[in-house]
Design a protein around this ligand. Structure first.
Ligand code: EPU
Length: 361
């Protein structure tokens, strides 16, 4: 067998690879930037019968204090963005542009490039930390856009067959914060690159209240680049822009998903809080169902912005972000999470679901 080109390290602390800055070591750790290195690392894991975990930007990850007894593969496939053009088969007169983006590219840098080109479709996803390859995994969404609507193909390594395959957006089974990659086919595929397709003659639409408010009264129709900067500013205000040295940034963004519940739950909450129904923020979410802002539920359950419990806490700028106040362990964060989930379930009968991926025992 030829000598391995990839460098496999042992007992590597994972905390520095996560935005939470929490977590014990990986027994083995390897960073790969090419598909050849990726195959070698996967082969190593197989030969040693090691469980494999694929790490991207570490911005949606909570690692346990024990760490991971397997191989953590930091996949950062590099390369150039290939840009193409064409017409949509479903709308033949609709000119579009495609971008083939290597999985290891910084997501925000790609969004900036597209917004600067004056192309609309992903500018509301500005400032989301992580790599482009992570975008389809949890179908990132923010400020009125979801990445799934702009994805044409996701190119992956299939760990079952060790073949490189291309999945259509339909194959990926996208829904709110989910896809086959984090549900039915978790751990089967590694994203190598993503092809985005964006319509060239589309104009930006402001759907989200925060953005409408931002541009209200400014008297001009914002271009994608204006929206890119506005979203970053709004995220910054909410402590949702990862900036080194800012206390509220040691987090994994939203810690809970916004729960989707039967519309009737609204009446129960109104009764519990003696509030009129129209004072409870909510969004329609399909037939007879609504989505509730988890942040709002947390505040009503006694967990306001700036809440502290030992080294764990809640961001002073957004209630949905649990934060590491400096020296939090996994146990600190998990303890606060459990208390919150318990309290929200008791008060409102709603089971909040953790959003970040959890790694380790
Ligand atoms: N709210 C509060 N307190 C707060 C913040 C928000 O009560 O401190 C309530 C308000 O009623 C507000 C509502 O929550 O109107 C919604 O707040 P926000 O617009 O900040 O959005 P979110 O629902 O908390 C979601 C995503 C974010 C995304 C924003 C903007 C989820 C779990 N989170 O947050 O995504 O940036 O919308 O689109 O869907 C992430 O997934 O990590 C993430 C940051």
């Amino acid at each position: 067998m030829p000598p391995r080109a990839v460098y496999i390290q042992e007992n590597v602390p994972l905390a520095p690879y996560t935005t939470f800055r929490i977590g014990g070591p990986a027994r083995f750790f390897c960073e790969v930037t090419t598909t050849q290195e990726l195959l070698e690392a996967v082969t190593f894991a197989r030969e040693c019968s090691l469980p494999l975990f694929v790490l991207g930007g570490g911005s949606n990850l909570l690692v346990t204090d024990q760490g991971f007894d397997g191989l953590v593969l930091r996949v950062k496939i590099e390369g150039a963005i290939n840009t193409g053009g064409g017409y949509r088969e479903d709308r033949p007169r609709q000119a579009s542009v495609t971008y083939d983006v290597p999985g290891g590219m910084d997501w925000d840098a790609f969004v900036l490039k597209v917004a600067k080109a004056g192309v609309t479709g992903i500018e509301c996803l500005a400032g989301i930390p992580g790599f482009a390859g992570g975008a389809p995994i949890q179908n990132i969404g923010a400020y009125g856009q979801e990445v799934s609507t702009s994805i044409l193909w996701v190119h992956v390594l299939d760990l079952e067959t060790l073949n490189f395959v291309s999945l259509t957006a339909k194959d990926c089974g996208f829904a709110y914060r989910c896809s086959i990659f984090n549900t039915t086919h978790r751990n089967r595929y590694i994203v190598i690159s993503v092809t985005f397709r964006l319509d060239l003659d589309a104009t930006p639409t402001l759907r989200y209240a925060d953005l409408k408010d931002y541009f209200a009264g400014r008297g001009f129709a914002p271009k994608p680049i204006d929206i890119y900067h506005a979203v970053r500013e709004i995220r910054h205000r909410k402590g949702m822009l990862i900036l080194e040295g800012e206390d509220d940034c040691r987090s994994a963004g939203s810690f809970f998903k916004n729960p989707v519940v039967p519309a009737a739950v609204l009446q129960n909450i109104a009764a519990t809080l003696t509030l009129p129904v129209d004072k409870i923020p909510h969004w329609p979410a399909g037939e007879d169902r609504i989505k509730l802002p988890a942040a709002w539920l947390l505040e009503r359950a006694g967990f306001p912005k700036g809440f502290q419990r030992g080294e764990a806490g809640i961001s002073s700028r957004h209630t949905l972000a649990l934060i590491n106040r400096g020296h939090a362990s996994f146990a600190d964060i998990a303890g606060l999470r459990d208390t919150i989930q318990c309290e929200v379930a008791q008060r409102f009968g709603i089971q909040l679901e953790q959003e970040p991926v959890q790694l380790g025992e």
